[in-house]
Design a protein around this ligand. Structure first.
Ligand code: ATP
Ligand code: MG
Length: 139
């Protein structure tokens, strides 16, 4: 059975462009509840740890530099079938491939500067939520 929790970040490009409010509203309009929310700024070691799975990829250094370039907003979201439904709402990694109406189609400017993160599994949703909200109580 799929879980009811996912984790998202509004990335530095979207925050800097002033799109935080519009993105949060779109998330709410699509039936997600915000269970935890914070504005923060990743240090290099945080971004490297968060994206460790990509450490051997050619885009890794650029990704870390982008993700540390300004504030981000981190959130834990709740909805039935949260991970899959949220990935659908954000759209493809590359905004050029993202479906109309998706958050990345609306707000991303490149495959790197793609406005939002969304967990790709229930397990990663828990790990990523705990990464930002150490003492978060899910009950
Ligand atoms: P995220 O994990 O941020 O939700 P994703 O799951 O759609 O995105 P991943 O393959 O996990 O995509 O890549 C993580 C992030 O790395 C992407 O969101 C993007 O910011 C960056 N990225 C991925 N592929 C490339 C690429 N080819 N060139 C530049 N940056 C990339
Ligand atoms: Mg990913």
């Amino acid at each position: 059975m799929s879980g009811n929790t996912t984790f998202t970040m509004i990335k530095p490009d979207a925050f800097a462009a002033g799109n935080t409010g519009s993105i949060l509203q779109k998330i709410l309009d699509n039936g997600f509840k915000i269970k935890a929310l914070k504005l923060t700024h990743l240090r290099k070691e945080n971004a490297e740890a968060f994206y460790a799975v990509h450490s051997e990829r050619p885009f890794f250094n650029g990704l870390v530099s982008f993700m540390t370039s300004g504030p981000i907003v981190a959130a834990i979201l709740e909805k039935e079938n949260a991970v899959e439904d949220f990935r659908k709402l954000i759209g493809s990694t590359n905004p050029a491939d993202a479906a109309d109406g998706t958050i990345r189609k609306l707000f991303a400017t490149s495959i790197e500067r793609n406005a939002v993160h969304g967990s790709d599994s229930d397990e990663n949703a828990q790990i990523e939520g705990n990464f930002f909200f150490t003492h978060f109580d899910r009950h």
